[in-house]
Design a protein. Structure first.
Length: 347
């Protein structure tokens, strides 16, 4: 029986058995990476059917028994030990791609689950452990910048964390996280998924911590956004594309460093045809009197209007003005919030 089969068999016994296996073979990277992958599978199934798992109804398979695991999965000491072992293995095997990509996903699954609990139910030291995790993800992305899976999965996990727990964005400032993410974007210019997710990380960070806007601009993010957006020449590709909307928002921020942030703007969730969501900027040009749903639609319309006024065939019409200035002038002429929707008709 090879390592993968051993870990898969152990997976059926649950978290505690996986913890013991990982502790028993501290020098075997294949054991550690397969344990990490097993954790991801367990947590994914747990998210898909948590009620079924707790009740034990609907299925009698070993996999579903693993999902319910009423003891170890909800034992804070076991969960804490398992997370710490995975973090140690990520440190010990910093050069192993499988350990890094599965380790960062496994730990993310557990940490997000723990952050969803009440403070007294989560394991002790959760905040410090999460900060350590962010540091290790950034280190993996920096060391393996050319590896698409590490770059993509790392960006996706950071996005999930920062979207719901923005207090950990401070680690990005301490550990040069903006530089890492922009470097990833430069390295994978032709990979739209990486542009979308790494760009989302940078947008979240720059929005909630205005100091990071200068760091992003200093890394050449404006040029990077322009290069990728210029490559999106087909309007059908640009339509309803989260990457395009995120990069347009980043360009707006880079052209107005220090002027668009959490004190005068909002991040609104935009939903796309492929079922994904993205956080995009709604600036103060959207009237505060509008309701939440209307503000959401206005933000989407305005984001698409960015695309309209900076498209290659209309570049001469802007006269060199920033996007924010152009939008403010247009809306001022219209006179009220309802005019936001008129902009969408022209696009």
């Amino acid at each position: 029986m090879d390592t993968k089969d051993v870990v898969f068999a152990t997976q059926q016994a649950g978290f505690l058995a996986l913890l013991h296996l990982a502790q028993q073979y501290p020098q075997h990277v294949n054991v550690a990476s397969h344990v990490a992958a097993a954790i991801v599978r367990i947590m994914q199934r747990h998210r898909q059917s948590p009620e079924q798992g707790r009740s034990g109804e609907g299925s009698s398979s070993d996999d579903d028994d693993d999902v319910c695991e009423p003891g170890a999965m909800h034992n804070p000491d076991v969960v804490s030990d398992l997370v710490n072992v995975m973090l140690k293995r990520m440190e010990s095997f910093a050069g192993d791609v499988n350990m890094q990509r599965w380790g960062l996903r496994a730990v993310s699954c557990i940490l997000l689950h723990e952050h969803g609990k009440s403070p007294d139910a989560a394991f002790q030291g959760l905040a410090g452990t999460t900060s350590t995790y962010v540091h290790l993800v950034l280190r993996a992305m920096a060391k393996m910048c050319a590896n698409a899976s590490v770059a993509l999965w790392g960006s996706q996990q950071l996005t999930q964390l920062f979207t719901n727990h923005r207090q950990f964005i401070s680690v990005m400032a301490e550990r040069g996280g903006i530089e890492v993410c922009v470097d990833v974007m430069r390295t994978h210019t032709d990979n739209w998924l990486i542009q979308r997710w790494a760009g989302q990380v940078v947008l979240l960070c720059a929005f909630w911590d205005v100091r990071l806007q200068e760091a992003a601009k200093g890394e050449g993010l404006l040029h990077q956004c322009n290069s990728v957006l210029c490559a999106v020449s087909d309007e059908s590709d640009a339509d309803n594309n989260p990457m395009v909307d995120i990069l347009l928002c980043l360009r707006l921020v880079m052209e107005n460093v220090g002027k668009i942030h959490a004190t005068n703007s909002d991040l609104l969730v935009s939903r796309y045809d492929d079922g994904t969501v993205a956080s995009i900027i709604s600036t103060d040009i959207i009237p505060n009197s509008l309701g939440g749903k209307v503000r959401h639609q206005a933000a989407i319309t305005i984001t698409r209007f960015f695309r309209f006024i900076v498209s290659s065939r209309r570049m001469d019409a802007g006269g060199g003005s920033s996007l924010l200035a152009v939008l403010k002038r247009v809306l001022a002429k219209q006179g009220d919030g309802a005019a936001v929707y008129d902009l969408g008709d022209d696009c």
